[in-house]
Write a protein that binds this ligand. Structure first.
Ligand code: 13P
Length: 248
């Protein structure tokens, strides 16, 4: 049985006051037996987020990390730094990083290796664009991204995959539960062929306009093990409702 996992990706949002208010409310009001819960604020808010969430069941993660562990890489933050701070998770290969920062599968693979080596649990994002889906290429694209990130890794302990169709991110368009389930089942099939991965035990999250009113239906699908939530994770009540929908 895979425990549901709900992760808030705050992207480039929020102030110190928001971190205090939002995380104060979330950590104080987490429903009983809710999904495992994590939030990923911007780097500059991580230390404060960890302080606010200390002693609660809310874990803290980062939205990215460097592929190098230390050195002359101005502006970068390494996985060991995140580990040292107390972060448990890191999101890797988000479509916004692939699109705006030209992240390749090779770079995502290197970041994944760095995260696992530092003891940080990786959430590797994959997903197709609308053009790719309409062109019938969705599965080929997702399989290629998985292969690019996972093949040849020495250790894939704690791996989580997030399927985020690019056309559903921030658009209000959600993949239907059936569409999402079909892709999640396909992803699980791909994982079964990757050395070092226990496909049945690996959690596959759905991301893309997850809201309180669609979370339960998505979570009811056999291969949907939780959500990576953008916009709705910036509202404590909405995020708590999504976390509650993942009750065991
Ligand atoms: P939205 O929930 O705002 O569509 O964002 C999804 C996402 O990109 C999470 O990583």
């Amino acid at each position: 049985m895979r425990q549901k996992l709900v992760v808030g990706n705050w992207k480039m949002h929020g102030s110190r006051a928001d971190v205090a208010a939002l995380l104060g409310e979330i950590s104080a009001s987490l429903p009983a037996q809710a999904a495992e819960t994590a939030v990923c604020p911007a780097y500059v808010h991580l230390a404060q987020a960890l302080e606010v969430c200390a002693g609660s069941a809310v874990a803290v993660g980062a939205q990215d990390c460097s592929h190098m562990s230390s050195g002359a890489f101005t502006g970068e933050v390494s996985a060991p730094m995140l580990q040292d701070l107390g972060c448990r998770w890191v999101i890797l290969g988000h479509s916004e990083r692939r699109q705006y920062h030209a992240e390749s599968d090779n770079l995502v693979a290197a970041k994944l290796g760095a995260a696992v080596a530092a003891g940080i649990r990786p959430i590797v994002c994959v997903g197709e664009t609308r053009e790719q889906r309409e062109g019938g290429e969705a599965e080929t694209v997702v399989a290629g991204q998985l292969q690019g990130a996972l093949d040849g890794q020495k250790d894939l302990t704690g791996l989580v995959i997030a399927y985020e169709p690019v056309w559903a991110i921030g658009t209000g368009l959600t993949a239907s539960p059936e569409q999402a389930q079909a892709m999640h089942a396909f992803i699980r099939g791909c994982l079964a062929g990757v050395a070092g991965v226990d496909a049945e035990a690996t959690r596959i999250l759905y991301g893309g306009s997850v809201k309180p009113d669609n979370a339960a239906q998505l979570f009811g699908q056999k291969d949907i093990d939780g959500a990576l939530v953008g916009g709705a994770s910036l509202d404590a009540r909405d995020f708590l409702a999504i976390v509650g929908a993942g009750r065991a």
